[in-house]
Design a protein around this ligand. Structure first.
Ligand code: ADP
Length: 691
């Protein structure tokens, strides 16, 4: 192959004067001499005509395989070979010169015509082997026309050769067509493939002669049948039976094997005819017998080539069709598998409303009986598909019904309440009409997905942002208001420290609250998004550190931590939970009461249940479920706070697979109960995992 991957025959690129070029020309020259000598063995002296012409076959292949630029020496050498043969086999000078001049005409004419008629083929100037019936016809046409030209030259009597009658000329013509066609067809079947697959010839031979299972046995049968026919009694007209075997071989064997078999059969028939035994030897006219035998060879070779090429191309087509079918089947299976695994529901509908395809998600999302009419599947006004204004859609307004009339519904949210999903859900539905050819029933594809959680999250985020904006705005306005008031005081005249300091205190208070709020917001984001780094922790030690800091505060709280509590959790986040809970426990106490806090724990299967018990003001029963939501506060006014601390705690605890709740301590305070995963490994000091 050349750099562009194109297949290049071996002969191209051989430069004149190189050893390879000498070998090439020398080889062909010797072959031409050999072919000429073989032909001279069948010479009819008085007519100066040979009965067989392997020389023609060699000449055609020689010129077909050589580039035009080397014809300058190829053609004269071809003529010289014929001249030498004649000179060496007793021809006179006139005959030698005639042969030298006539010999190249046929090969030159055939190859030039081939270049014109089939330039893509090897021998016609291209690289391709013989594959189609059209190519075969072009080869035949080139051989017939080329031979007609050379026979015509012989017939017009320019050369000092004996004149030939009609039978003689017919024999010369048939002989030329026979040898040129046989060489052309076989050469074009074999040589380009041999050149193209030089590194892979064993495989190529296997393809030709053992391409499929059983072919070796069939070849043996073909050869056996042929041998049998050729050894039948002398002069029996068995040629029709040879034809039968040829057709059989062409149907079963590769084009190369079948055509080769036909050529050998024809050549043996010709040989036997020449020997005056069997086949066409019944004809008393020797020229006629030889012409018949060579015509028979042409018919055999062409029959084999036509049938085997057709069979091979049909086999190729079948292979291609099978491969295409398999590929499309694989594609369909892949598509089915992909659609089946989609979380999104996909339904393809027929014009009559029946399902052509519905993936498992499409079945599971609505849990509707397939094929049930809308009003039966969604009975009553409370079930159905509702638009954003809460109006129940009529059958004709349903996205799939509109798509079947050719109107698409882009991705739109609908509230769907089905009998098995009475709580309702928000489905984003897209319905698209499928393009069909005119006259074919309409189809539509509907895809839908449950966006309930997404929409809830979106709404929660929107209200979160609203509350954040509001809660930041309030202290800002307070700080701004007091700053303005102070400014006015200054403008009015002298301001005493007693007047200014309370105002500055209020500004300070507002900005401190903002700072706490922003810090809580940051903690909330961390609690939500930070990747967990789990490890075995001494929870008691962490709680002790937190407590030590809290004990310093003005209210001097008593904090009692149970030793030996161990969990498997993220240290930073767990510290945040304990800090929030102890800080709340010391904050939410009645005025004048000394806060008393106890942190204790005990096992609950593979979790540790931790309790933070205080003697505070308790959480009103109505607020117990809500204080873990963002910005929810049970005691507004007298107690500072942002309402984010407990939602941070819940987020952290839930991310660890636990939960958190508040219990009433029978009017004596509150108990916050949370669970966290227990420590995985036994502590090194041998103390129990939990007390
Ligand atoms: P913050 O303390 O900043 O207001 P939290 O989310 O920590 O926010 O608490 C939410 C609400 O729960 C508090 O406003 C308070 O009303 C109530 N609360 C929390 N802990 C206690 C507690 N130990 N005793 C009584 N009420 C509490």
């Amino acid at each position: 192959m050349d750099v562009s991957g194109r297949e290049v025959p071996a002969d191209v690129g051989a430069r004149p004067g190189t050893t390879r070029e000498f070998a090439r020309v020398g080889g062909w020259f010797l072959a031409a001499v050999g072919g000429g000598v073989l032909g001279r063995l069948t010479l009819i002296e008085d007519l100066q005509v040979v009965l067989v012409s392997p020389f023609t076959a060699i000449g055609v292949l020689w010129l077909a395989s050589s580039p035009r630029r080397s014809w300058w020496w190829d053609v004269p050498l071809l003529a010289l070979a014929q001249g030498l043969v004649l000179a060496a086999t007793g021809a006179d000078a006139a005959q030698v010169w005639s042969a030298v001049l006539i010999a190249p005409i046929q090969p030159v004419a055939v190859v030039l015509l081939l270049r014109r008629l089939a330039p893509h083929l090897w021998g016609g100037g291209g690289w391709e082997p013989l594959r189609t019936i059209h190519d075969l016809l072009m080869v035949l046409l080139a051989c017939v026309l080329g031979t007609t030209i050379s026979t015509g030259v012989r017939a017009i009597g320019l050369f000092p050769l004996p004149e030939l009658d009609a039978t003689g000329l017919a024999m010369v013509w048939i002989r030329g067509v026979c040898w040129a066609t046989s060489a052309g067809v076989l050469g074009l079947l074999i040589i380009p493939e041999l050149l193209r697959r030089r590194g892979d010839r064993t495989a190529l031979l296997r393809e030709w002669f053992a391409g499929r299972p059983g072919v070796v046995g069939e070849t043996a049968l073909v050869l056996g049948a042929t041998t049998l026919l050729y050894s039948t009694g002398s002069r029996l007209p068995v040629s029709f039976a040879v034809m039968l075997v040829t057709v059989w071989a062409a149907l079963r064997l590769s084009p190369v094997a079948a055509t080769l078999h036909a050529l050998v059969s024809g050549t043996v028939a010709l040989f036997l005819t020449l020997q005056d035994v069997r086949f066409f030897s019944y004809s008393t006219d020797r020229l006629e017998a030889v012409a018949l035998a060579q015509g028979f060879t042409i018919v055999l070779v062409l029959t084999a080539a036509v049938i085997s090429l057709l069979t091979a191309s049909r086999e190729q087509e079948m292979l291609r069709a099978n491969a295409a079918e398999q590929a499309s089947q694989e594609k369909a299976e892949l598509l089915d598998a992909a659609i089946a695994r989609l979380e999104e529901g996909v339904v393809v509908l027929h014009e009559d409303g029946s399902d052509l395809l519905r993936n498992p998600a499409g079945r599971a999302l609505l849990e509707l009986e397939p094929g049930l009419p809308y009003d039966e599947a969604m009975p009553g006004p409370e079930f159905g598909i509702f638009d954003e204004r809460g109006r129940r859609l009529e059958v004709s307004e349903l996205p799939h019904a509109r798509a079947l009339t050719g109107i698409a519904t882009p991705a739109t949210d609908f509230v769907v309440r089905a009998p098995k999903r009475p709580q309702g859900m928000i489905l984003q539905i897209t319905a698209t009409p499928l393009a069909t050819r005119s006259g074919e029933p309409r189809r539509a594809v509907v895809n839908f997905r449950d966006v309930t959680a997404e929409r809830q999250e979106r709404d929660a985020l929107a209200s979160f942002a609203g509350v954040v904006a509001h809660d930041l705005n309030n202290p800002l306005m307070v700080a701004n208001g007091w700053a303005m008031a102070l400014r006015e005081q200054f403008l009015r005249g002298e301001v005493t420290a007693e007047q200014a300091l309370p105002m500055l205190d209020r500004v300070d208070h507002a900005t401190t609250h903002m700072q706490e709020f922003i810090s809580d917001l940051l903690s909330y984001t961390v609690a939500r998004d930070q990747q967990l780094s789990l490890e075995d922790l001494d929870l008691s030690a962490i709680a002790e550190e937190v407590a030590a800091f809290r004990r310093e505060s003005d209210s001097r709280p008593e904090i009692d931590i149970q030793p030996g509590m161990r969990v498997h959790a993220d240290a930073t986040l767990v510290r945040q939970v304990i800090d929030n809970l102890i800080s709340n426990a010391t904050k939410y106490v009645a005025p004048g009461v000394r806060p008393q806090v106890r942190v204790e724990a005990h096992d609950k299967s593979d979790m540790l249940e931790i309790r933070v018990i205080d003697n505070g003001i308790g959480v009103p029963a109505t607020m117990r479920g809500r204080i873990f939501d963002n910005f929810q506060r049970a005691h507004e006014g007298s107690y500072n706070g942002t309402g984010l601390g407990l939602s941070i705690c819940r987020r952290i605890v839930e991310r660890h697979g636990g939960n958190i709740a508040v219990e009433d301590d029978h009017g004596h305070g509150s108990q916050f109960v949370l669970t966290l995963p227990r420590m995985r490994t036994a502590p090194e000091d041998g103390s129990p995992l939990t007390p």
